[in-house]
Ligand binder design. Structure first.
Ligand code: G6P
Length: 491
């Protein structure tokens, strides 16, 4: 049932005595909608691609839910609005906050720190101040919209202080948090000048979810080391200032997945199958098509992949007549310097390799710096004999799972970095350490030459895993555990 949202995120602090009407709230940095670029009026929104919203939209519809998040434009305050059965509560960010909180602390401090310091994280007090301020604003918006005893599910690294702020405003709420990216080992997390505040922020939740058991263990080790917390059976007894126990926070792994049904349905659509055929034909019907699909991010190991591919061409192991690599690199965080530099590096490499190996009729690498709709992505998955996922560190990597879900005839090979969360589940992938360029070359060669029998055996086993673990199951598992956690706490 649709309902009216009773408060506005930009209102001053929540008093702690008024309640909103939503009994299930999701809080994430971005709202699950994008503006349609050509639309002229306010109705011009469409649902963003991605599994999270697919999994949560039905829960919202049943439970009188609302979603709190930024709508993606700076210096713009929007009223709450309704879209496809969801109440959306936009949180405004100023131009400066986009720079300091989003591009700064979230994506130039936390992102590299949590991804094995592949790029050096920067620590600036002004960024930290903005991070706290914006996290307070998200917490106030959620506090104003949540009904008494509602469930609130906070998402990802941009909002790690929200659970604590929210509990301070609304101790009646049941609060969950899920971290979509890795949680680093304490030896790396130690660098963060505000490490205690971040752990305290997360411990405001009743249940803290991570992608892998390793991330969970890293977090609990950090809680012990930096806060002196006593951890038993993945639980922390969180104390008030006077030493009394305020609540029990539990940390647990919940590996996220994809909307399997959507990918499978698209993979069976005749127009998408025809499009896949067309893609192959447009590339000159080479024996092997290899595919990489990534946000243009330094964590994805795109340069390692290109280096290995370029060397295989130089060595004559592959030729442009026999093989083509399609690399989709979707634009991301383009105002952040490290991302700009990466784009130059990747495009320089592609240019050099193509310059050396292309012929008039064949290309070594078809590089595409675009966003594509999911239909085109599935056509690419169907067209590709070999999928290359070579991330240096990745919380999960849903592209790997989508490729597997699309391959209903059990053909194709998945080369998968062992540093992705997905490697925990897709054990029959061709696993690789992407830092080892010789190893990467060997595994790409093996993927190209994989026998149909072995390819089918591996794909069947991976499909069994994916088909029984979709994103809906993930969200149900998390919400059930959150429910149980709160019940345990009440006793
Ligand atoms: C990762 C993060 C998400 C983020 C997405 C896109 O998957 O875990 O929280 O939304 O990247 O990045 P962006 O900065 O464009 O939101």
């Amino acid at each position: 049932m649709p309902h009216k949202v009773q408060s506005h995120p930009d209102e001053a602090r929540h008093s702690g005595t008024e309640y909103g009407s939503a009994d299930f709230l999701v809080v994430s940095n971005r709202l699950p909608v994008d503006r349609i670029p050509t639309a002229t009026d306010d109705g011009g929104w469409r649902r963003s691609p991605g599994g999270l919203v697919t999994a949560l939209a039905p829960v919202m519809a049943v439970r009188d839910g609302a979603w709190v998040g930024w709508h993606g434009a700076p210096d713009e305050t929007l009223d709450p609005f309704h879209h496809e059965n969801m109440d959306l509560i936009p949180v405004p960010l100023s131009h400066d906050e986009v720079e300091l909180y989003y591009e700064g602390f979230s994506n130039s401090t936390l992102w590299p720190l949590y991804h094995d310091v592949i790029a050096p994280p920067e620590f600036h007090r002004t960024w930290w101040d903005a991070y706290q301020r914006v996290n307070r604003r998200f917490a106030a918006a959620a506090a104003g919209a949540a009904a008494k005893n509602a469930t609130v599910w906070v998402q990802d690294y941009q909002l790690q202080l929200v659970p604590r702020y929210l509990r301070q405003l609304r101790p009646d709420l049941r609060i969950g948090f899920f971290n979509h990216i890795p949680f680093p080992p304490p030896e790396i997390f130690a660098q963060l000048p505000w490490r205690q505040a971040i752990i305290n922020g997360l411990l405001g939740a009743d249940l803290i979810g991570f992608q892998r058991p390793n991330d969970t263990a890293n977090f609990l080790r950090s809680a012990r080391r930096f806060l002196g917390a006593s951890v038993k059976a993945q639980q922390v007894h969180v104390k008030e200032n006077d030493g009394s126990v305020s609540h029990i926070a539990r940390a647990e792994p919940f590996p996220i997945s994809i909307d399997v049904r959507q990918i499978q349905e698209l993979a069976e659509r005749p127009d998408i199958i025809a499009r896949a055929r067309q893609i192959r034909a447009d590339l000159g019907n080479p024996k092997t098509i290899l595919l990489g699909v990534d946000r243009l991010d330094y964590t994805k190991g795109i340069t390692h992949r290109l280096k290995a591919y370029g060397e295989l061409l130089t060595d004559g192991v592959i030729t442009v007549q026999d093989a083509a690599l399609i690399q989709v690199a979707s634009p991301s965080r383009e105002r952040v310097e490290t991302y700009r530099l990466l784009r130059e590096e990747v495009e320089g490499m592609v240019g050099r390799i193509n310059g050396q190996f292309d012929t008039i009729s064949n290309t070594a690498i078809r590089y595409l710096h675009h966003n594509y709709p999911v239909e085109e992505m599935v056509a690419l998955y169907l067209a590709a004999d070999v999928m290359l996922v070579t991330a240096l560190r990745d919380g999960m990597n849903l592209v790997a799972k989508e490729y597997v879900a699309a391959r209903s005839n059990n053909t194709g090979a998945l080369v998968l970095s062992e540093f992705t969360g997905a490697a925990d589940q897709l054990k029959q992938a061709l696993l690789v350490n992407p830092h080892d360029i010789d190893g990467l070359k060997a595994i790409i060669t093996r993927a190209i030459e994989l026998s149909p029998a072995e390819s089918s055996r591996r794909m069947r086993s991976m499909r069994r895993q994916i088909l029984t673990h979709d994103v809906e199951r993930w969200s149900q598992d998390f919400l059930t555990a959150l429910q149980n956690e709160a019940v345990r706490d009440d006793r």
